[in-house]
Write a protein that binds this ligand. Structure first.
Ligand code: PBG
Length: 347
């Protein structure tokens, strides 16, 4: 595009003391594209998806318009489609029927459980796509906490880690490419790595939710899974949103314990943490653009208050600019559709 304005600049010889004019590099779209520092691509995106029991059904999540709980058959179709669009990975979250939940989340390591069956089916139908499975007990427990709870309501660390290890092994046996502990128990990354290795799953990767904050932005996700805690909150295991140094401590521990990728979650209110983690480690850094961040953009767009596509791209680009190599986002399919046939996006 040769869209420089001919009426300005090179005609008027008016003297000036301005040596630097940063606007020179902003004058054409071509130049702006050349000097763009951060580029969002579909390669960066992982699509979190919800799977439920049954056949031929998809149910929209009311607080997450455009996101569905799919039965396995429809999930496979959707996964085949996003794979064609270039999305390289999916992160699975199961909707567990109330009757299968118990106090200790035993359904989580059922070899014939929903997640395990889903992983097998995806690896048969779309073998190339990276399948990431979540490790935490909340979808499987009657009380909705990520761990085992004692009679005083205390979340027990080490007994929970024992269950998480069983869960990881059963997911690996089903063919999971990467396990993602999102529970925030101490020592779980090391325990899972050790167990995977001793059972021969040396190539199953660990995406550690290292700096996961006790955030109000998870509300819509808990609607999707019907997994809101029945009592109390998650502040004794998830981090305090006011803390940054502690994020580095958690990241350091997960790296020492064998994490392949570390994650910051949520993303938008924690861009400074993403940057600090990026500066701290050579490992790839993931950011989770969580359900509440998605819901806010969708709601404002539905009201006609923002330009949805531009806000999505601007928001995800901010996460990359902050230092995220990978972004888990419910916008993955939409972004893939926007970016198809575009070499670069300038919003
Ligand atoms: C639970 C889990 C949560 C999310 C991912 N795994 C919710 C929570 O910790 O309560 C939130 C994801 C989102 O909000 O998009 N282990």
């Amino acid at each position: 595009m040769s869209s420089e304005n001919p009426s300005s600049n090179h005609t008027a010889p008016t003297a000036t003391t301005l040596i630097h004019r940063p606007r020179r590099l902003r004058r054409t779209a071509t130049l702006r594209r050349m000097v763009q520092e951060t580029t969002l691509t579909v390669d960066d995106l992982i699509y979190p998806m919800f799977v439920m029991e049954g056949e031929e059904q998809k149910m929209e999540i009311s607080s997450m318009p455009g996101c569905y709980r799919y039965t396995l058959d429809l999930l496979l179709e959707e996964i085949a489609e996003v794979w064609r669009l270039g999305v390289g990975g999916v992160a699975l979250f199961p909707v567990i029927p109330e009757v299968k939940k118990d106090d200790v989340g035993s359904e989580s390591y059922n070899p014939e459980g929903l997640v395990q069956r889903t992983v097998k089916a995806i690896k048969e139908a779309v073998p190339g796509i990276l399948v990431i499975t979540d490790i935490a007990l909340d979808p499987f427990t009657t009380h909705g906490h990520d761990g085992i709870v004692d009679e005083n309501g205390v979340i027990l660390n080490d007994p929970t880690v024992e269950v998480l290890v069983k869960m990881a092994l059963s997911q690996a046996a089903a063919g999971s490419d990467m396990v993602a502990p999102s529970d925030m128990m101490d020592g779980r990354v090391g325990a899972i790595r050790k167990a995977l290795d001793s059972e021969g799953y040396i190539d199953v990767r660990i995406l550690a939710y290292s700096a996961k904050y006790a955030s109000a932005y998870y509300g819509p996700f808990r609607d999707a899974l019907d997994s809101a805690p029945k009592f109390g909150d998650k502040k004794t295991y998830q981090m305090d949103g006011a803390n940054a140094r502690e994020a580095i401590k958690e990241v350091a521990l997960d790296i020492a314990e064998g994490a392949d990728i570390v994650m910051v979650k949520p993303a938008l209110a924690y861009l400074d943490i993403i940057r600090q983690v990026k500066d701290y480690t050579q490992l790839p850094v993931a950011a989770y653009n969580v359900s509440g961040e998605y819901a806010m953009i969708k709601a404002a767009a539905q009201m006609g208050w923002i330009d949805e596509k531009r806000v999505i791209l601007e928001t995800l680009t901010s996460m990359k600019r902050a230092g995220a190599d990978l972004i888990l986002t419910y916008f993955a399919k939409e972004v893939a559709l926007i970016l198809v046939n575009r070499r670069a996006f300038l919003f």
